[in-house]
Design a protein around this ligand. Structure first.
Ligand SMILES: *Cc1c(COP(=O)(O)O)cnc(C)c1O
Length: 237
């Protein structure tokens, strides 16, 4: 990245961090309760390196091949292991679950039995369970990603009992045409239901570049922010 590109990135990161802090205080919350994940999809590994240099440690990706390639490149920088976490936020197919499990610290998009079963089968390779969030479909459209609300209790009970995963909470994506605050209020309601099954599942992953303030007001603990920090993505997505 050019020097001016780096300065622009640093400026956007600083501005978003300060907006997040302001939104947290306005909601009567401590900024330190929030984890900001910078979504680097479509951007090269060099951008991840620049963000790492600026102090970012949590990165989000939504496609397995691209995520794996960046994880491999970043690991090559420091064979002893970089102190960073990959959050898988995209739709996940069961045949990719074992591979994603190898580099991801958190899977935000667990929403089907087949992926849960594949992660349980992959447990033989690992000593610790992987942190997962149950993605909740906040819309009325069953074709969208996420568990529909009618299925939520059954799915969460199954996930909590499964080998190889630790259910940490819920994740949601607000529909583009909906009022974000109402969407995140539904996500908070889903979080309460999940905590009746698993009281330790307190994470709420909600809020992107355009709606993180509303998510913070409704209790989000993990924000997934792309373009507001990275600038526009090189290709549409
Ligand atoms: C791309 C993406 C984001 C980040 O979106 P921005 O609008 O660029 O902040 C967050 N969550 C998911 C699931 C994504 O795919």
């Amino acid at each position: 990245m050019t020097d001016s590109g780096f300065v622009g990135l640093a400026d956007r990161l600083a501005r978003v961090r300060s907006d997040i802090d302001d939104a947290a205080r306005a909601a009567g919350r401590e900024p330190a309760e929030l984890t900001t994940i910078v979504v680097t999809k479509f951007h090269p590994a060099t951008l991840v390196r620049d963000l790492f240099e600026l102090g970012v440690r949590d990165f989000g990706e939504n496609r397995h091949q691209e995520a794996e390639s960046k994880a491999t490149q970043l690991r090559a920088d420091q064979p002893d292991g970089l102190d960073l976490r990959w959050h898988f936020v995209g739709q996940l197919q069961s045949k990719k679950a074992r591979a994603v499990r190898r580099y991801a610290s958190v899977i935000h998009s667990l929403d089907r039995d087949s992926v849960l079963d594949a992660l349980a089968r992959a447990a033989d390779e690992h000593t610790e369970p992987i942190d997962v969030l149950v993605q909740v479909n906040l819309t009325e459209d069953p074709r969208r990603g996420g568990v529909v609300e009618a299925e939520l209790d059954r799915f969460v009970e199954r996930a909590v009992a499964a080998d190889g995963v630790r259910v940490r909470g819920v994740m949601g994506v607000a529909a583009i045409d909906a009022e974000p605050r109402a969407e995140f209020a539904r996500l908070r309601g889903a979080s309460e239901r999940v905590r009746e099954v698993e009281p330790s599942a307190t994470w709420i992953s909600g809020g992107m570049s355009g709606d993180f303030r509303e998510a913070i007001l409704e209790g989000a603990t993990h924000l997934r922010i792309g373009t507001a920090i990275t600038g526009n993505r090189p290709t549409a997505g």
